[in-house]
Design a protein. Structure first.
Length: 136
């Protein structure tokens, strides 16, 4: 189940791309439900890529992150973004979840100091290969 401001995933898929993009509204916080989780995020566009700031997840645990990554990856490819940069604020939240941090590191995220966001877990996933065939 996905619910963004009262819009279900099936309704979202039926919307025009323009209406979908208006719902996502870049550069402002967006809260939505996915499964049993409530997710606070913010989307940005930069240098031909999509930046996903994953600020907070409340609840979940049923593979929400993997489902979210797959959904956003598909959305970004449809819009021909060159990459998706994930900034996950799991390092500085009020009660850090060590299982989440371990999971992120196992999935290739690096803990880093970001000039804009401070201490975060980050990973950039290139959607289209470089000339040499590499994707990251």
């Amino acid at each position: 189940m996905l619910d963004i401001e009262g819009v279900t995933l099936s309704e979202l898929r039926e919307m025009s791309r323009k209406d979908q993009d208006a719902l996502v509204a870049f550069d402002r916080p967006l809260t939505f439900r996915m499964g049993t989780a409530t997710i606070l995020t913010q989307f940005e566009q930069s240098d031909g890529g999509l930046i996903v700031n994953l600020v907070h997840i409340d609840g979940g645990g049923e593979g929400i992150l993997l489902r979210l990554w797959k959904l956003i990856d598909q959305w970004a490819k449809q819009r021909e973004y060159g990459f998706v940069r994930w900034n996950v604020f799991a390092a500085t939240c009020t009660t850090p979840n060590p299982r989440l941090q371990f999971f992120l590191q196992a999935k290739g995220f690096a803990e880093c100091d970001d000039a804009k966001h401070g201490r975060i877990f980050a990973r950039t996933i290139r959607l289209y290969p470089h000339q040499d065939g590499s994707i990251e």
